[in-house]
Each structure stands twice: as C-alpha cells, then as structure tokens.
Write a protein that binds this ligand. Sequence first.
Ligand SMILES: [Cu+2]
Length: 253
Amino acid sequence: MRKQIIPVLTILLVVAFSSSAFAHFGMLIPENSIISPKKKNAELQLSFSHPFELIGMNLVKPQKFSVFYEGKETNLLPTLKENKVMDHDSFKTEYKFKRPGMYTFFMEPTPYPEPAEDNYIIHYTKTVVSAFDEGEDWNKPLGVKTEIVPLTRPWGNYAGNVFQGIVLLDGKPAPFTRVEVEFYNKDAKLEAPYECMVTQEVLCDENGVFTFACPKAGWWGFAGLNDADYKIKGKDVELGAVLWIEMLPFKNK
Ligand SMILES: [Cu+2]
C-alpha cells in the first residue's frame, strides 16, 4: 500500500507546485501605452500567461473585449484574430486611435478551469492607452465585476515611480485584498534570484488601496484577487482585478 501511495503523492505534489508556483495573469498588452500622431495604429495582444516566467496557457475566446472612450463602450470581439503568445493560443487585434484622449481596453475572459487549484479563474483585465499625450478621468471605474481603479495616472510614468490603485469588487473597495504583481519579462533577459521573487505581493489597506514601486522600465501587471460569492460546477471561482501599466525610462539628450 505504502509503496503505491508515495509515488502518487509525489506526482500530485509536483503537479500542484509546478503549476501554481508562479502567478498567472490575464494579459492585455498594447504595443505602446502612449500613441503618437506619427503612428496611430497599435497591436494589442490578449493572453492568459505567467508573465515573468513566460509560460503560457491557452486562452479561449473571451466573453468580452471592448474599448471605453469618453464613456462609450465599443465591442472589439469581432476584430480578434487568433495568435500565439508564449507558444499558446491567444488573440490579437490592431486598433486605430483616431482621436486624442484615453482609451481603456477591457477583457472579460471565459472562466478558466485550473486543475492544479481545483477552481475556476476569471481575470477581468484592463489596460489604458493615451493617444497623443491626452486623457482625463483616468480614475473613473468602468463598472465591471471587479477592477483596479488607478490612483496614479496609468500611463506616462517613469520606471521607479510608485503606483497606487484601489481594488473594487462589485463597485465597492475591497479592503485587505492580496495583490500579486509581476513584471512582463518580454525579452526573457531577466531571472529572479529566488523563486519567491517571480511574483511580488502587496496587500490593500482598509480602504482597498495598494501601493507598489515599479523598479524597472517595462510592463507591470497587478492582480487583486478575491473569491467569488458563487461557484461554477461546484468549484470555487477566483476573481482577479487585473491592470497592466507601462513604466518608461528617461531619455538621454
Ligand atoms: Cu498559473
């Protein structure tokens, strides 16, 4: 009996640790967070991935993918094209920014069954793009199930800046929410000195506010995680409020 149980347990543990060691993130990454009049088009990539370790998962067609501009939501689902990110199924689109201002892209994925955690994961994912250096009202919520509302302007930040946001769940601040933070290790040049440093963690305060200083230029993902008050097929559901921001370096003269 023992001899059989030990290998089975070992396999279970290996499976459990190998797939949950790094945090997964809904990813919505545009070519640039600031659009200049010289190049009005930008590609956006939609995926569900481990952004630092560059391990992909398959993303099925999202339930929702849209852009909010001046309070108006436009459905972009019909524009999605199949794509590969980190060798896994994902989507992309090409968006043309016609007018100045702030464009918030939003993806609500189809619930992802995660066998390692025996649950479902839904990451409500946002990113904000400023066209032609403009944008106002960047701290207005979209009004979705859960989201990060920025307290720091979500574009035009220097690497090293502090970023602050509020995690909302059902429109209300979610105190003491755990926020996982990860750097998108896009060109695979970085390695974490210890495995615990792949994903950084901060907690929201009693008002649902979190604070994080981004030490490096590039894309940073924040995922405020809460348990849903419902189940899917009898299993728990992890709700992620995910926001991606780009930190930029100074330019030399
Ligand atoms: Cu994962």
